[in-house]
Design a protein around this ligand. Structure first.
Ligand code: ACO
Length: 428
């Protein structure tokens, strides 16, 4: 392929460099488009053809079903690593040594206390507030308790700020759940590892001893690894664009939580279980819902099937399906909803409609099932996704700031009214 792309307008030719990524991806560099053409812009709603940055964090090939963090295959990380180690990898670019990991874990633990005044903010929410709304607000509120801007060129300051963020957000996530249940808030237990601590904070109640189940701990650890990063998706792009105005890490991540909340993004895992519940309520007739999904006059879609980028398979779904089977078997779970999910999956995988359109179960189909089996309430599913995605948001924020990227500010094509003379109210 040539090294330049040529754009011809009104007989005049403009040349733009073609740049290549390390995995053979190519992009036309149009940074000089406006300047050289006298104001021409590109129009690309949803940014389906637009790269907003270069990045060294995650490589994704939707056709081949490849997902790698910093060059390491997701499958190998999910099998051999743990969430906190993967968090270190995506943020600090290399897998940690033993000493680096020890320091990372203990620094995170050192920040796990939350200012008591944060509870006053929490008190202001209605009991039935969605935990994602609470998490986004409390994350933003952390800015008020940590007003000093991080000097990004100061490695130690950045390190401390990152550990602080990783420490506090799971605590706030657990508080969002406790608020909803009307139970007292738990604090971190620094004797536990990161994942055990999340589970204990969510499920421990003062009247009972909470016993950690290794099956649950391992399943959650793996599930969160699968969610760590997914390059420039909606919430990650949000974090980068908010941070590009030099807003702080808490403010940027709070915006990312809000973006993740939508049902077209992280909210899909909740939608899957709600769909399965409504199929169960309607008598559990899976065939009926397959027919509805195939009926072009019916807006119903099988939630948890299909993906914008993965048209062969979602590599995360493959890993998670295996884990879902193991978790259900080892926890001895018999749940009618899960039976419906299995039937739905089996029918859809053999149905011509789904095969032809390459509609496979995606990560959200199985993650909802596992979360439910682990006893995590439905409204917390997207919060769990946010905890998993946190290292990715931090890594992308750090990369954007260290690359000294300019403020994100897209252009538009104005198609509104031309100049109109102002009319006083009597003349309108
Ligand atoms: N159920 C039934 N039919 C479907 C589904 C579905 N879940 N998904 C796509 N189709 C059909 C479409 O009707 C269309 O059919 P046609 O060619 O006959 O018109 C064809 O498959 C292609 O669909 P598009 O909407 O063009 O595919 P796109 O790539 O734009 O959409 C999306 C991807 C949004 C994920 C879609 O498959 C969907 O809505 N799935 C359900 C929601 C979901 O699970 N979202 C989570 C995604 S994973 C994540 O965010 C982590």
């Amino acid at each position: 392929m040539s090294d330049t792309a040529i754009l011809e307008i009104d007989g005049k030719k403009y040349e733009f460099p073609i740049i290549r990524g390390t995995e053979g991806e190519v992009a036309i560099d149009i940074k000089k488009l406006r300047g050289s053409t006298g104001g021409l812009i590109t129009l690309d709603p949803g940014y389906k053809n637009t790269g907003s940055c270069t990045s060294k964090i995650t490589f994704l090939d939707g056709e081949k079903g490849i997902l790698r963090y910093r060059g390491y295959a997701l499958e190998e990380l999910a099998e051999n690593s743990n969430f906190l180690e993967v968090a270190y990898l995506v943020i600090f670019e290399e897998l940690p040594t033993k000493e680096q990991f020890k320091k990372f874990e203990s620094t995170i633990k050192s920040y796990s206390m939350i200012n008591e005044e944060m509870k006053d903010i929490l008190d202001g929410f209605p009991k039935n507030a969605h935990p994602m709304g609470i998490l986004s607000s409390l994350t933003s509120a952390l800015t008020a308790f940590n007003p000093k801007a991080v000097a990004i060129e100061n490695e130690e300051e950045m390190y401390q700020a990152i550990c602080k963020t990783l420490a506090k957000i799971p605590v706030l996530a657990s508080w969002a759940l406790k608020k909803n249940r009307g139970y007292p808030m738990n604090y971190s237990n620094n004797n536990l590892n990161y994942i055990e601590n999340i589970l204990e904070m969510m499920f421990k109640i003062p009247t009972e001893t909470y016993k950690l189940d290794p099956v649950v701990v391992n399943a959650l650890d793996q599930l969160l690894i699968l969610h760590v990063d997914h390059e420039q998706n909606c919430s990650t792009s949000t974090v980068r664009i908010v941070g590009s105005s030099h807003a702080g890490m808490f403010a940027s991540i709070s915006a990312g939580v809000s973006a993740l909340w939508g049902p077209l993004h992280g909210g899909a895992n909740q939608a899957v279980i709600e769909m399965l519940e409504s199929i169960a309520k309607d008598g559990g007739d899976v065939e009926k819902y397959i027919l509805k999904a195939k009926d072009k006059k019916d807006p119903f879609r099988l939630m948890g099937f299909g993906h914008r980028v993965y048209k062969n398979f979602d590599p995360r779904a493959r890993i998670i399906k295996k884990s879902a089977d193991e978790v259900l078997a080892s926890l001895g779970i018999e749940d009618p909803i899960l039976e419906i999910a299995k039937k739905l999956e089996a029918v859809a995988l053999e149905d011509e409609y789904f095969i032809k359109r390459k509609l496979y179960p995606n990560v959200d189909f199985y993650s909802g099932i596992i979360y439910r089996a682990l006893g995590i309430p439905t409204e917390m599913f997207t919060v769990m996704f946010a905890i998993g995605r946190l290292p990715g948001w931090i890594a992308q924020w750090r990369e954007m700031r260290l690359n000294k990227e300019p403020i994100g500010r897209p252009r538009q094509l104005y198609i509104g009214e031309k100049y109109r003379e102002f009319l006083t109210v009597e003349k309108r």
